[in-house]
Design a protein around this ligand. Structure first.
Ligand code: PGA
Length: 235
């Protein structure tokens, strides 16, 4: 197992989101058509608020990191969240965001289609959060470094947070970008805020790299930047 160079940036709100938005903005000035994978959930919201009105994503190629097996339009669906938290506020949104569609009958074919879109050109930047059980995307504990975009079963702890996102139903499954496609990204940003993420972030960064804690595999990326607040890092 390798453990390549990674950087830890510790910033409290509002600098946490503002600084990431400034960094992304300068990258987009150099390359407006960056290929970026975006997460949803609670963590990225302050970052997305900082992006609005500051960053031109109109020519970028956006990918939605994962999706829950929830009915169309459910507020906890990742496609609903990214619209609500980011896309609907952009003055010039990109024409489309490439997403995993859970409404199709053939989930394997859908995952293959999405994976081809990701792998053809790769990701310039994969932005991800960390689940309290160490998942990244919906790669739950047990996911290996070679895992690809696929349908997965959700751990009970992941199912339990759906109501925080406003879910009107429950689900036991989802579709996710795999660890292998995330680690292959030219750069990964791992976002973590709040004291409830402190223990798992610490283990992901300093513990053994392995499937028990899928976020630990991100240390194998060419370039990993961890954007954390003080509460997530602790003493
Ligand atoms: P959260 O979810 O940002 O809502 O804490 C992170 C994750 O589960 O990946």
């Amino acid at each position: 197992m390798t453990d390549r160079h990674w950087t830890l940036k510790i910033l409290d709100a509002p600098e946490w989101g503002v600084s990431m938005a400034q960094e992304l903005s300068s990258r987009l000035r150099l390359n407006p058509s960056l290929r970026i994978s975006l997460p949803t959930g609670s963590t990225p919201r302050p970052f997305y608020r900082s992006l609005i009105g500051q960053v031109d994503l109109s020519q970028s190629q956006l990918f939605l990191l994962d999706e829950f097996g929830l009915p169309p339009g459910d507020p906890a669906r990742c496609d609903s969240m990214i619209q609500r938290d980011l896309m609907s506020h952009l003055p010039s949104p990109p024409p489309a965001i490439e997403a995993l569609n859970p409404d199709t009958r053939d989930h394997d074919a859908e995952c293959q289609r999405y994976r081809r879109a990701v792998v053809d050109g790769g990701l310039d930047l994969a932005i991800v959060g960390i689940g309290s059980n160490g998942h990244v995307g919906l790669n739950e504990p047990g996911s290996g470094p070679d895992s690809i975009t696929r349908k997965v079963s959700l751990n009970p702890s992941t199912q339990a947070v759906l109501h925080q996102y406003g879910a009107t139903a429950g689900t036991t499954w989802g579709l996710t970008t795999g660890i292998s496609e995330l680690v292959a990204a030219r750069e990964v940003w791992l976002l973590a805020t709040g004291s409830h993420k402190q223990q798992i972030l610490n283990q992901a960064l300093y513990g053994p790299i392995g499937p028990d804690l899928p976020a630990s595999f991100l240390r194998n990326c060419d370039r990993l930047v961890v954007w954390a607040d003080r509460a997530a890092v602790g003493e």
